[in-house]
Each structure stands twice: as structure tokens, then as C-alpha cells.
Design a protein around this ligand. Structure first.
Ligand code: ZN
Ligand code: ZN
Length: 393
């Protein structure tokens, strides 16, 4: 008992004994776990001993996303590294380039949540990258929504142990000298097999590369103009939502259209949906990339062929980047006549919006949100009544 207490008060005053160098694009949790392991500790025990805080509490959270000023201060002091070096490993260092967030608790759409039972687990990896590493480590990019496959090894990333299917939890690792093992069964993650991509799918890899380069540079070249990467990533979220029209999607020149539709069909019938979201976000990423190629033709064709109105493309888009609004304004001019074309999803979106903000859903209110007259616009009336019949039945 006495020894334990001494230990607690004692080690906290010390600097880390051995400090591994952060590797290129390394995640904070990866570096911290490596540091804990060289101290022969589990991450939570290590943090409790060295960082003077409840280690269990810190390590059970998403330390790569959560901005924790005190932890950052402690790590800076204990490691002797420059604060910026440590901050660089946090996903927060991508704020302003990949996403924006006002003290948000959970990662925005651009970053995978660590626990999301509806989809796949958030921490993915490329087994071949791990196998090639002199010191195996986890990359920040493996948590980006657009990063689903490895352009270098041309395989899909995976999010679990190939043997026992346990998700990857670095904080549970103990008694190993490297972080490339399953925390449950101990299998070497470098041996995990994932699906290889045939040349037909290389278009999707090109898309990943395009987004990766844009994020690194901080801008994308679209129509010979430099566009801030944040604008493109914020539009990405909106566009992938609009593109995910399953069977109904019209995007003729997109080379993976058939594969995307096949996957959507499979998702409807398939029992275990666990791995499918990885493939789906692979296709969505490739589609958003496609919209910005052959500019502006692909974008205009998408809007036209799918009868997307200006409002659908730009309305109720939170924090709409001005660049995106301008783009939509110039490519799909808004109509302001009472007889403008209104689509079903637009009306549905307005109904959902009213429900969300707790307002009464009636024909007049919905029309106000859609931006048309509630009795004069016949198309609106028709859609509203058919939806009302389906929804409120
Ligand atoms: Zn790889
Ligand atoms: Zn396992």
C-alpha cells in the first residue's frame, strides 16, 4: 500500500523515460501507445502514472479528436517536445483545412467516429503499410472519411482483426513491444487480408489521392483556380448526400456506377452490413471527385440528369461555403417564378427541418421553407399531399 502511494506521487514528477519519435502523419493515440509500451505499461496505467490524471478516463475517450488542453500541456512538459509537434498528431490540427467545429464533442462527418455500431469502426488500417513500416504505427489519414483504400498497396483498408474480428483499440494493448497486434487475440495485424482492388477500381484510388493531396496543400485546383481545401471538404459532405441516390442515381460518365448500384442492392439484402459502409464511402468519394473533373460538365450533367434544383443543391446547407454557393449559382441558376420545378426530396427536407426545429408541419409552413406559394404552385401541392399521405398515415 505504502509503495503504491509513493509510486503515484513519485513518477508523476518525472519526464518520460524513453520518448519515441513521432512518425510521418502519426496519430496521437498511436504515438502515446508506443510511448506507454516502451515503458512496459498499458496506455491508461501509463497516463495515470506519468500525466497526473485519471488515465482510464483519458484513454477511453477519442484522444485523437478531443481537444484536451491540460493533456497537451502535460505531454509537452513530459516529453520535452515542442507543443506544435504534439498538436500535429491530433486530428484537431486539421481543423480549418478538413473541417470546422465549434467546440464540438464528436468528430464531424469528415472524420470517422471511433464507435459507430451502425457502420464500421473508426480506426482503420492498411495491413501492408503496417508490414512495411520499420516501426509499425497508425496514420491520421486512416481516420478521414475519404480515405478507405490505400493508393500505394491498392487494397481496401480494414477496421478489425482478421482472426477474431475485434475492432482496433490501441489503448487496450499490453505486454507487446509493437502496436501491430490485436488487443484481444494477439494476432499480428500485418497478416490481415483485405480485398485487393482490380484496375477497374483505380478511379477510386485516384480520387483518394486527389483529396489527400488537396488536404496536404491546403487547396484544390478546380477550373484553374485555387480553392481552399476546407470549402471542398464541406461541400463533399453535402454532395455525397445528394449523390447517394442508390438505384435512382444518374451519372452516366462515372466509371464505377454499376458497382455502386450493385453494392446498394447488396446492402438491402445482406444481413451483415458491417463492411459495406467502407465500400460505400469509397464509391461516394470517387463520385464527388468525378463531379469536379471535366469541370463544369460533370457537375452540370449531374444536376440536370437528376433534376436537382438550385435549392436542393444549396439550401439548408449549414455553414455553406461561399465558394460552393457561387458555384451552384453559376452552374444551376435559381428560379424565382411560382411555377419553378420542385422535387420530392426538397419538400421532404422541409418537413424534416420543421420537425427538427419543433414547428408545426402544415402545408403553409412547408411551402414557406421550400420557397413557393402553398396553393398556387401545383407541383408543390401534389408532392405535399402524396408525402403527407405516406408519412402521416
Ligand atoms: Zn498501404
Ligand atoms: Zn484478434
Amino acid at each position: 500500500m505504502k509503495k503504491q502511494r509513493r509510486n503515484k506521487n513519485w513518477v508523476q514528477d518525472y519526464f518520460f523515460l524513453i520518448i519515441p519519435k513521432p512518425l510521418k502523419d502519426e496519430l496521437l493515440s498511436s504515438w502515446l501507445t508506443r510511448t506507454a509500451l516502451v515503458h512496459k505499461r498499458k496506455l491508461s496505467d501509463f497516463l495515470t502514472l506519468f500525466v497526473k490524471r485519471e488515465g482510464n478516463c483519458i484513454s477511453s475517450k477519442d484522444i485523437d479528436f478531443k481537444y484536451d488542453e491540460k493533456l497537451l500541456d502535460a505531454l509537452t512538459i513530459k516529453s520535452g517536445f515542442d507543443r506544435l509537434n504534439i498538436l500535429k498528431m491530433s486530428l484537431r490540427s486539421e481543423e480549418g483545412h478538413l473541417f470546422t467545429c465549434n467546440n464540438c464533442l464528436y468528430p464531424p462527418k469528415q472524420i470517422r467516429k471511433l464507435v459507430d455500431k451502425r457502420t464500421h469502426y473508426g480506426l482503420m488500417f492498411c495491413p501492408k503499410c503496417l508490414a512495411e513500416d520499420e516501426i509499425p504505427y497508425f496514420r491520421k489519414k486512416w481516420r478521414y472519411f475519404f480515405y478507405n483504400a490505400c493508393p500505394k498497396h491498392k487494397i481496401f483498408l480494414t477496421d478489425r482483426c482478421g482472426c477474431c474480428h475485434e475492432k482496433i483499440t490501441l489503448s487496450k494493448l499490453k505486454d507487446v513491444d509493437e502496436i501491430c497486434y490485436c488487443s484481444k487475440c494477439g494476432r499480428d495485424l500485418r497478416l490481415t487480408l483485405t480485398y485487393p482492388l482490380t484496375s477497374h477500381f483505380y478511379y477510386g484510388l485516384k480520387a483518394i489521392k486527389w483529396f489527400e493531396t488537396g488536404l496536404e496543400k491546403g487547396y484544390f485546383l478546380i477550373n484553374k483556380q485555387k480553392i481552399n481545401s476546407l470549402f471542398v471538404f464541406e461541400s463533399f459532405t453535402r454532395l455525397s448526400w445528394l449523390l447517394d441516390r442508390k438505384e435512382k442515381l444518374k451519372l452516366d460518365k462515372f466509371p464505377l456506377l454499376k458497382n455502386y448500384k450493385k453494392l446498394c442492392k447488396r446492402s438491402d439484402n445482406y444481413d451483415s452490413k458491417k463492411a459495406l459502409p467502407i465500400y460505400k464511402s469509397f464509391f461516394l468519394t470517387a463520385m464527388v471527385y468525378h463531379l469536379f473533373q471535366n469541370y463544369p460538365n460533370n457537375f452540370i450533367n449531374f444536376a440536370k440528369e437528376n433534376h436537382l434544383t438550385h435549392r436542393e443543391l444549396a439550401h439548408s446547407f449549414k455553414d455553406i461555403p461561399f465558394w460552393y454557393k457561387n458555384l451552384v449559382d453559376s452552374l444551376v441558376p435559381p428560379h424565382n417564378t411560382t411555377g419553378r420545378e420542385i422535387s420530392e426530396s426538397e419538400v421532404l427536407g422541409a418537413i424534416k427541418y420543421l420537425e427538427k426545429i419543433g414547428q408545426i408541419v402544415n402545408k403553409e409552413n412547408v411551402a414557406r421553407i421550400v420557397g413557393c406559394h402553398y396553393t398556387i404552385n401545383k407541383r408543390f401541392s401534389k408532392i405535399y399531399h402524396s408525402l403527407k399521405f405516406n408519412i402521416f398515415r
